[in-house]
Design a protein around this ligand. Structure first.
Ligand code: SF4
Length: 242
């Protein structure tokens, strides 16, 4: 298995653990605000083999406590990713997996300790992040299946939404809270940061004010969701430097 980004140490990607971070290439979504267009569109960036990652983790045994796997969409690598995860787990290292929720059949096979799943927007607007040939109802069903699994699998998780002006309004947040994740034990509203984006026109959008984000967080609390505002960081929000 090949990775398209490798950060040897990070203190902010796995809650409470000293971790390494890898990025897979390729994604089946096309979120216009995506901060890592190089990962989504092209593979002409440095590659790191899984052996190299495993060797690093072995050498740093006792120091590195966790590995974060982000993308792109890591679960598109199916068995290769599941096998890699099993190899890392055999080193007694915890794993956090980032996913867009589109691959529940592989998510259920992934022996991970923490899942971070993006909720992109309301059901009505979700097609704005899908590929054009996507069957919207089928994909929404997969996303709901992933959410149900994550909320019952018995380990740590977070849901998160990048609050992109236009793609996310207060009524979209209400829809997410009511219909996707009522009762979720952790949900982050990530502030949108204008920068390099997959659709360049999104790079100039003015982020919502803190007050607006707080109103959105309060809406979520009405649905028994432990909701927090993240000022400008999540792995999804990390612009990777290749
Ligand atoms: S934001 Fe995530 S799910 Fe969306 S296109 Fe980028 S990598 Fe894919």
């Amino acid at each position: 298995m090949v990775f398209y980004g490798f950060q040897k140490t990070t203190l902010i990607d796995y809650p409470g653990a000293f971790a390494s971070l890898v990025f897979t290439g390729g994604c089946n979504f096309r979120c216009p605000y995506c901060y890592n267009p190089e990962l989504v569109n092209t593979h002409t960036i440095p590659q790191y083999g899984s052996k190299e990652i495993i060797e690093h983790l072995k050498k740093q045994k006792g120091k590195i406590e966790a590995l974060c796997i982000s993308g792109g969409e890591p679960l598109l690598y199916r068995e290769r990713l599941i096998n890699f995860i099993d190899e890392v787990k055999s080193l007694d290292i915890k794993i956090k997996l980032d996913t867009n929720g589109s691959q529940p059949q592989w998510l259920k096979k992934a022996n991970v300790d923490y899942i971070a799943m993006d909720i992109k927007t309301s059901r009505e607007k979700y097609s704005q992040v899908f590929m054009q040939n996507e069957n919207v109802e089928e994909m929404l069903a997969k996303i709901s299946e992933s959410i149900d699994y994550i909320m019952t699998y018995g380990k740590d998780y977070e849901f998160r939404t990048t609050v992109v002006p236009g793609l996310i309004t207060e009524s979209d947040i209400e829809d997410i809270a009511k219909n996707f994740i009522p009762g979720a034990k952790k949900y982050y509203l990530n502030q949108f940061r204008p920068q390099i984006t997959l659709d360049e026109s999104f790079g100039n959008l003015q982020p919502y004010s803190d007050d607006t984000l707080q109103k959105m967080a309060n809406i979520c609390k009405n649905y028994n969701i432990d909701c927090h505002i993240r000022a400008g960081y999540s792995t999804e929000g990390t612009q990777h430097k290749f």
